[in-house]
Design a protein around this ligand. Structure first.
Ligand code: NAD
Length: 682
């Protein structure tokens, strides 16, 4: 077979160098073609007497590989459905099982082919690619800052199903192994070395020579677990340390996920069962669990939304194709308050020069001080260097002089939510910037088309709606006003891409998209409280439904008086019928009678003591006209209410044409509700 995805070279010592370098792609991925070619190379290594061993590395400068092509896995799940329709359940299950364990069998063949294999890793090596490395007999990672290894499959509703669970759990003590598998983190080379996930760390340009030397010097082609007398690092599963690991791991899984992640449950089972078996049987157990997870609706939805759709949106699926890409070099941020300071930080982090304007120098300096605090925190945690901090801060120029905005490609305003203040700012900014520059507003409630009336060039006016905290939240809504032109939309999307956030394009309307779903969620919580559902039960069923925080807790974070302001504005704009009387009564009692504004004054649905944990305010019981007996309540129905309320609102936005692309509806709903943002699959 002639390979197109791999280059090979056999040296005088009999070491076959296999360089993975897929044409036309910036990063290697495990596609069906790549797997077929790798399988043929493995057979060549096994059978060719001239080959003493193999070193596999990547031809891509900054990466080894991001892992398996998830659309291929999605295809396997579809195969199950078609087989099921044609030949029934048993045939479908077999087809899926056989199809989904190809990679696992191939990696096992590498491990047992009798010749030593070394993985030489520079850059990211994740998922199925790191499972390939784990199957090799020796792993050398470069000490390049870009190098990371890890198994992030849980983040898309899967688990490492090509031997990853079994090999990690035979290399690491079970507690560490389960933690690594459950977190799906990307691990730096030194830490990976300490954990024994890699065997050696070397400078990039010495890595290949060292890999070859390991083979020439007699590197062993047998894994410890295939040798007689192998002992698991943490002792057997049925031992005291085993008992101290597995039952708590199950409890942690349930505490963290409320049993909403079948992939993690299946992974725990796979490790627990697999560690009691010899490797080949253990891999079969892993494959059975993997096939089961592949056909779960959770995996299908997570792959579609968090990988396929998110990647397409990140790559500019909604960007007008006719406009050439803008590489932003200078961006203005006006308003250095809570949001503006965050916007300045993420923009400078992307290497873009930022002019940060506020009413006076002091206010502008405060915005920059926020960026300094954030980046210094990163330095303390070892996530950034002193040089990176200095570089970032040197990009931000705080000033009260609008004239400094000259030369900006884009200006984002984040001043007070007041149309008059915004109109003044628009005029001042437009007087300072060039004719091609784009103006963006970060308003959360004011219609973009209304604000654009203050602009002398409304076609260059767009909404860029960030979520707080800006440095953590991955979602950005790009709002298209009546007169917003293609260039403004394209520049906004180029900017969002540059700062590595995920954009959704939303039509200008009240509440845009994401906040409408959030507001519907909080309203349902308020209604349950008014109906007499025990308050703790509302918060608990929300978490059981998979929400990161309960609706009452969330309302405390965004402020209860803001809720009342929204009610007032809704009445003014849409009339009495648009306001829910039970919700209004509840919020007025909390804010106006009891002075409870939320976390910001330490009094909301919860009490927030100076020290210690928050707890539900006992006075809430007095705001309920009647009390329902929890024993008579249907928990499933309550859970569904909290989810359906949001789904219905999302459907309405689609019906109204606010959101026009289902990918955006899915991705927006998840990223906006994630209090702990989900790392993007880029
Ligand atoms: P903030 O009060 O913290 O900051 C506003 C800043 O604007 C202040 O520093 C103020 O000095 C400055 N400012 C006011 N008038 C100015 C002028 N004429 N020229 C220059 N600077 C001026 O408010 P914030 O929470 O950062 O909100 C800012 C904008 O972002 C609002 O439009 C808001 O709706 C929107 N927003 C807020 C959130 C949030 O969670 N707070 C989320 C998304 C969007």
């Amino acid at each position: 077979m002639t390979e197109t995805n791999f280059r090979t070279d056999l040296d005088a010592d009999g070491v076959l160098s296999i360089v993975w370098d897929m044409p036309g792609r910036s990063m290697n991925v495990l596609t069906e073609d790549a797997i077929r070619e790798l399988a043929s190379l493995v057979e060549r290594v096994a059978s060719d007497e001239a080959v003493k061993g193999a070193v596999i590395s990547s031809g891509k400068p900054g990466s080894f590989s991001g892992g398996a092509d998830l659309t291929m896995l999605e295809g396997l799940a579809r195969l199950y459905a078609t087989e099921m329709a044609k030949n029934g359940e048993a045939a479908a299950a077999k087809a899926l099982f056989d199809g989904s364990r190809q990679l696992s069998l191939l990696y096992r063949r590498i491990e047992t082919c009798g010749k030593p294999w070394v993985a030489a890793i520079n850059g990211v090596c994740l998922g199925g690619a790191f499972e390939l490395a784990l199957a090799c007999h020796w792993r050398i990672a470069s000490n390049d800052p870009s190098t990371r290894v890890g198994l992030p499959e849980v983040k898309v509703g899967l688990f490492p199903g090509a031997g990853g669970t079994q090999r990690v759990a035979r290399l690491l003590p079970p507690g560490d192994a389960l933690q690594m598998l459950m977190k799906g983190e990307q691990i730096r080379p030194d830490k990976a070395r300490g954990m024994r996930l890699v065997d050696e760390v070397a400078p990039k340009d010495e890595m290949l020579a060292k890999a070859k030397a390991w083979i020439v010097n007699g590197g062993k082609a047998v894994k410890p677990w295939d040798e007689k007398g192998f002992k698991l690092p943490g002792g057997p599963v049925w031992s005291k340390p085993g008992f101290m690991t597995f039952p708590p791991a199950n409890a942690i899984y349930r505490r963290e996920t409320q049993d909403n992640y079948p992939a993690i449950r299946a992974m725990l089972q796979s490790v627990f069962d697999g560690l009691q078996l010899p490797m080949d049987l253990a891999l079969t157990v892993e494959s059975r669990q993997f096939a089961k997870v592949l056909r779960s609706p959770e995996a299908a939805a997570m792959i579609r939304t968090l990988f396929v759709s998110m990647q397409e949106l990140n790559k500019g699926a909604r960007r007008p194709k006719s406009v050439p890409e803008t590489k932003l070099t200078k961006v203005g941020v006006v308003g250095a308050g809570f949001m503006g300071a965050g916007v300045a930080y993420v923009t400078a982090q992307a290497g873009i020069e930022v002019i940060l304007v506020d009413r006076d120098q002091d206010a502008a300096d405060k915005g920059k001080a926020f960026a300094e605090k954030l980046i210094s925190g990163q330095v303390v945690k070892g996530r950034a260097t002193g040089a990176q901090r200095d570089a970032l801060l040197s990009k931000i120029t705080p000033t009260a002089d609008y004239g400094a905005l000259a030369g900006c490609d884009l200006v984002v305003e984040a001043v007070f939510e007041d149309p008059k203040v915004k109109a003044e700012v628009i005029a001042k900014v437009e007087a300072a910037i060039g004719p091609d520059a784009i103006f963006a507003s970060n308003t959360s409630t004011l219609p973009i088309s209304g604000l654009a009336k203050a602009s002398s060039r409304p076609d260059q006016f767009v909404g860029i709606h960030f979520f707080s905290p800006v440095e953590k939240m991955l979602l950005v809504e790009v709002i298209v006003g009546e007169k917003t032109g293609d260039k403004a939309l394209a520049v906004a999307l180029d900017y969002v891409r540059a700062i590595k956030k995920t954009p959704i394009v939303v039509r200008d309307s009240r509440g845009f998209y994401a906040n409408r779903c959030v507001i519907a969620y909080m309203l349902e919580g308020h209604l349950m409280l008014s109906e007499g559902v025990p308050v703790a039960m509302i918060e608990n069923v929300a978490k059981q439904a998979g929400m990161p925080v309960g609706p009452l807790s969330l309302n405390d974070e965004v402020a209860l008086d803001l809720g009342l302001k929204i009610i007032d504005a809704t009445r003014a704009q849409l009339g009495d019928e648009a306001v829910n009387p039970a919700q209004e009564k509840l919020l007025r009692a909390l804010v106006e009678t009891h002075g409870r504004l939320g976390r910001k004054n330490r009094k909301g649905f919860y009490d927030y003591p100076e020290t210690g944990k928050k707890s539900l305010w006992p006075g809430l019981a007095d705001l309920q006209d009647k009390k329902l007996d929890p024993e008579t309540l249907d928990v499933t129905e309550l859970r569904h209410r909290l989810l359906v309320a949001q789904a219905l609102e999302a459907a309405r936005t689609v019906e109204e044409g606010v959101v026009t692309d289902m990918r955006e509806a899915d991705v927006g709903a998840i990223l906006a509700s994630a209090s702990r943002p989900i790392p993007a699959a880029r």
